[in-house]
Design a protein around this ligand. Structure first.
Ligand code: SAM
Length: 303
């Protein structure tokens, strides 16, 4: 059975009609056949495209609002294309990029086309070192670096400056790009730069939250997948467990992903149903380190 978190259809209702219908209806998670299949526009460590395509049935069938506090590349959002969403991440450059696509996708697109023609090693390091003023230039810089840097990594130094070297890919523009549609999808979404706790604490009964934090396990901080200049600590994992518990007690539906590790199983013991899922591991730079990897999904209050 196809499963969706209310995809807004290709023939999306006019904005006015949609606002009325959203007030009247629950968001259905979602009607995939009626929407344009779309890939995330960023390559993001820990992206969950594989999860939503391999395990669509773990997601709820409907909700009032779709909330994603660890947005990253937004694979699950782009799969379901919910009409009413709150999308958040601590990475302000990432959120500003989504906002720029929402408000001026054509401006971003024009700059990326220019960058495609100029792309070279020197050009990459020149763009990496620049500090732009306009929102569309900043967003184009972010997308350009993401697509041409080493392995699509996002890493910044202590001063918050992106410091990933150039990679082997030279496609700045992709065949799958559809920024006009992405802009439309983001139209009804609230985009927020924030720590997760505030976002989860604001969820109400009937909302669905997809929670995909950086994977840190007890006694083994994962310094490699460091999305900001701050590591997601074990204390953050405990804080996440506490606010997830509060959300479940308010009647919020949750799916939490994490490492399949004893410390995580103990942390989430009693909150919901624990499911082991398998993915092909592709983040390792070295091909021999790639393989099948098991992760944990915690389903709470899913109706
Ligand atoms: C595993 S990634 C999310 C990947 C996403 N689900 C996807 O499909 O691309 C985790 C995200 O959490 C963000 N993050 C790290 N610490 C955070 C915090 N304290 N609050 C909110 N977001 C945080 C990172 O910037 C990163 O984008």
């Amino acid at each position: 059975m196809a499963y969706y978190i209310n995809k807004c259809s290709q023939t999306r209702p006019s904005l006015e009609n949609k606002i009325i219908s959203l007030k009247e209806q629950k968001v259905k998670l979602s009607d995939v056949d009626k929407t344009i299949p779309i890939s995330p526009f960023l390559k993001w460590a820990g992206g969950k495209r594989w999860l939503v395509s391999k395990y669509p049935d773990i997601f709820p069938s409907n909700c009032e609002r779709y909330i994603e506090p660890f947005l990253g590349g937004g694979a699950v959002f782009f799969h379901f294309q919910p009409c009413k969403a709150v999308l958040a991440d601590l990475n302000s450059e990432l959120i500003e990029t989504y906002k720029a696509l929402k408000n001026d996708w054509e401006g971003v697109w024009r700059i990326l086309n220019k960058y495609q023609n100029k792309h070279s090693v020197d050009f990459y390091y020149d763009i990496r070192s620049r500090s732009f003023n306009s929102k569309s230039e900043k967003a184009a810089q972010f997308i350009y670096l993401n697509r041409t840097c080493w392995n699509g990594l996002y890493r910044v130094n202590q001063n918050g400056q992106f410091n990933v070297p150039i990679g082997t890919k030279d496609s700045v523009i992709m065949d799958t790009d559809n920024f006009s549609y992405i802009s439309q999808l983001l139209h009804e979404a609230e985009l927020i730069t924030s720590d997760f706790e505030k976002i989860i604490d604001n969820a109400k009964e009937g909302d669905f939250i997809f929670i995909d934090p950086p994977y840190t396990v007890k006694h083994n901080l994962n310094g490699f997948i460091k999305y900001n200049n701050k590591i997601f600590s074990w204390d953050d994992q405990i804080r996440l467990r506490h606010c997830s518990t509060r959300a479940v007690s308010r009647g919020v539906q949750l799916i939490i992903t994490n490492a399949n590790h004893q410390s995580i199983k103990e942390l989430y013991d009693g909150l919901g149903e624990l499911i082991e899922v398998n993915r092909a591991s592709v983040i390792a730079g070295n091909v021999k380190d790639r393989g099948v990897c098991s992760e944990l999904v915690i389903r709470c209050g899913i109706r």
